[in-house]
Design a protein around this ligand. Structure first.
Ligand SMILES: [Zn+2]
Length: 701
């Protein structure tokens, strides 16, 4: 990483030298971008450009919609459906950049602008979605769709757009439309506020380690990272642990100081629940009321029914059945893991009961004992650039892709790297940014997004500009950043989402990359499988100092330990998925006590005290926005698909089977505009999957 910084910095300086902000007259959103591949000119965009750009984008979008309504001719596929699909180009140009930066590199001003633009945009979307003249034209085309000679892709476009309007309330009587508009506007503000509070809570707590006695048990790399963080935060000479995962997870894994482990873990799971100005309880309760009301207006019993009706799972009951099939074996396994750890505590002569903040510490002891594997032994083989090269290698062997580092592509932060992605035939496919490490301006977690979606304009392909953003361990001292196994899997996961963006290939914006919510994690999760295969590890898991490939004996330990801690991992995940489902299926009265509600769920399904849900309600970002609301289950659902899909490769004896890879690219990644869900999957696989592969993969069978 360090060397790359040196390469990058001069390029960035050069670009800002040419940018000449002081003489700038034009808002960068109003001109063609003359950057390589037309990527956003991050070096020329500043905070104050967004508000006027949004205002103009709304104006243009409105004019485009007006133009569709005012066409004197009868509604047709071209003059209504295609015109609607193509409208809002400036809007998506502005929105993708703003949204991307607000997640990955925000600042106070951007947050302020978001508070201004959120209600503006919500009102704008409402106005379009509920526009009766527009809906009338769309419905006219929809009603005669069978007679229009449409091809499959066009037919799906008509159906998706019609469905969007219907689900947005366009078909409701006026009074209900007005009510829904108000609910939507309020919901978007509440979601925004919930997210802001979590960011403040993430940044608001630091565990300051004052002297050597606070460091006992910590490996040198953890101490170095904590010292570097202290220096950045103005506590030079001390050590700081914060609430980002690369900081607190190693701490609770190794620290012998039980009191400090408790302090940091409690701070983590209490985020948004501290009865301070960032408390999320009242806001979340309000959100549940709003979602319930809006679902009922739309004719559903609850929000989960509404959200899941367009997923593969179809109904909340199917989701519950599925979750419980994993919950029971996972909880049973977790209890066994707890008992193993308690035995260690007793054997060591300590006289206490295992608590949630002890889990990582004793799990690491079990790992050493049972599998003879310790985290420190494997990290040197997973230097961050080697893992990246591993992802490149897998994509090359499967799909023939090449990645070319480009220092002339502007980036929004010095730690971001940019690559040109070339397809198997050498043609330009996409641009990829990689943004690996945590900072206060970034929200927690890992994700993949786009700064420009792929598509077509006037028959010409527009290539996507894709970003993957993570919160991985930083380099410490003069060593490169070395990743944990969990981080390696996350890297490949986000990389899989990026591949989906590279390959998605449809004529229309609405359908080009449209997959059900519970299908989309197939693209990402399947990639994690390749990372752990011995023949692949031998290629990319090279020791950062010697360049030696990871020895067989370590691979064997790694493979054996695959089932390690799976009780815990699946339990802390599934309980969050159940809490999400309970929130969105319950019949909420006027008063909602958030903590009591969560507690009731935990009690009902019998979660053990030693495990805290991976996401507690008050900082559960997935369900604060609409993206994964009544949808946190999708990772596990797609887990069934990915275990089965990878097995398809394995059973041919060729991990990079070209025939299968071509089918996977075509049906799963590329042709989302034609086939979806199980239909797409079966076209790749030839049959539907069963849950057995997943249970076996996780050692839960
Ligand atoms: Zn994902």
């Amino acid at each position: 990483m360090r060397k790359l910084f040196l390469l990058l910095i001069p390029a960035v300086m050069l670009m800002s030298g040419c940018g000449e902000r002081s003489t700038k007259v034009e808002n960068p959103f109003f001109v063609e971008w003359d950057t390589p591949f037309g990527v956003p000119p991050f070096d020329k965009i500043d905070n104050e450009d967004f508000l006027p750009a949004y205002e103009e984008a709304i104006k243009q979008h409105k004019a485009e919609i007006e133009a569709i309504i005012n066409i004197p001719e009868e509604p047709t596929f071209e003059n209504t459906i295609v015109a609607y699909d193509q409208a809002g180009e400036l809007m998506s140009k502005v929105d993708l950049v703003f949204g991307g930066l607000r997640s990955a590199n925000t600042n106070d001003r951007l947050q302020e602008i978001a508070r201004e633009t959120t209600p503006m945009l919500s009102a704008h979307r409402n106005e379009i979605r509920m526009n009766q003249d527009l809906f009338g034209r769309i419905k006219a085309v929809y009603d005669q769709r069978e007679t229009l000679g449409l091809n499959l892709e066009q037919m799906r476009l008509v159906e998706k757009i019609y469905q969007d309007f219907e689900r947005g309330g366009a078909a409701l009587p006026e009074e209900q439309r007005e009510e829904l508009k108000k609910l939507n506007e309020r919901m978007s503000m509440v979601s925004l506020q919930l997210g802001e509070n979590v960011l403040k809570e993430n940044n608001g707590f630091k565990l300051i380690l004052e002297d050597e006695a606070d460091l006992v048990g910590l490996p040198q790399n953890v101490i170095d990272a904590a010292a570097a963080m202290a220096k950045r935060d103005g506590h030079e000479g001390k050590w700081v642990i914060d609430l980002s995962k690369p900081s607190w997870i190693p701490f609770v894994t190794f620290s012998e100081r039980r009191d400090l482990r408790e302090k940091i873990h409690r701070a983590f799971y209490m985020r948004g629940n501290n009865d301070n100005e960032n408390d999320n309880k009242a806001l979340f309760a309000e959100l549940m009321q709003l979602r319930q009301q809006s679902a009922r207006i739309l004719g559903y019993n609850n929000y989960a029914e509404y959200a899941i009706s367009i997923n593969m799972a179809e109904t909340p009951a199917n989701v519950y059945n599925f979750l419980y099939q994993v919950w029971e074996p996972a909880l049973k396994r977790a209890k066994g893991e707890r008992d193993d750890m308690q035995k260690i505590i007793n054997r060591e002569g300590s006289n206490f009961k295992l608590e949630s903040w002890d889990w990582w510490y004793y799990a690491e002891k079990v790992r050493k004992e049972k599998y003879d594997l310790d985290e420190d032994e494997i990290r040197p083989y997973f230097a961050i650039d080697n893992v990246r090269d591993g992802a490149f290698y897998i994509s090359n062997r499967l799909y023939g892709l090449e990645f070319v580092k480009r220092d002339d592509i502007p980036v929004y932060h010095e730690e971001v790297e940019a690559f040109e992605v070339l397809d198997y035939d050498g043609t330009h496919l996409a641009v990829l940014y990689i943004d690996p490490h945590p900072r206060p301006s970034k929200r927690s977690g890992a994700w993949c997004g786009t700064y420009r979606s792929g598509g077509y304009k006037d028959g010409e392909r527009i290539s996507p500009v894709v970003t993957i953003v993570m919160n991985f361990s930083r380099p410490a001292g003069d060593k490169p950043a070395m990743l944990s196994w969990d981080e390696v899997e996350t890297y490949l996961h986000e990389f899989g989402h990026a591949l989906h963006n590279f390959f998605a290939d449809g004529q229309y914006r609405r359908t080009a990359r449209s997959v059900p919510r519970d299908f989309v994690e197939l693209h990402s999760q399947v990639m994690e499988n390749w990372a752990g295969e011995p023949e692949v590890l031998k290629v990319y898991a090279l020791h950062y100092e010697t360049g030696e490939p990871i020895p067989d004996e370590l691979i064997e330990k790694l493979t054996k330990s695959q089932h390690f801690n799976q009780g815990f991992i699946n339990t802390e995940y599934v309980i969050s998925a159940i809490i999400d489902m309970d929130w969105h299926t319950a019949d909420h009265g006027d008063e909602i006590d958030v903590n009591a509600f969560e507690e009731a769920t935990i009690k009902r399904v019998g979660l053990i005290n030693e495990i805290v849900p991976r996401h507690r309600t008050n900082h559960f970002g997935h369900i604060h926005g609409t993206g994964y609301a009544a949808g946190y289950y999708v990772y596990l659902w797609a887990g069934v698909l990915d275990a089965d899909a990878f097995y398809a490769f394995k059973e041919t004896g060729d991990l990079f089977n070209q025939e299968l890879a071509a089918k996977f690219r075509e049906y799963v990644h590329a042709k989302n505009s034609l086939y979806e869900g199980m239909d797409a999957y079966v076209r790749f696989r030839g049959k539907a999957p069963s849950i057995d592969g997943l249970l076996k993969q996780r050692g839960l069978n």
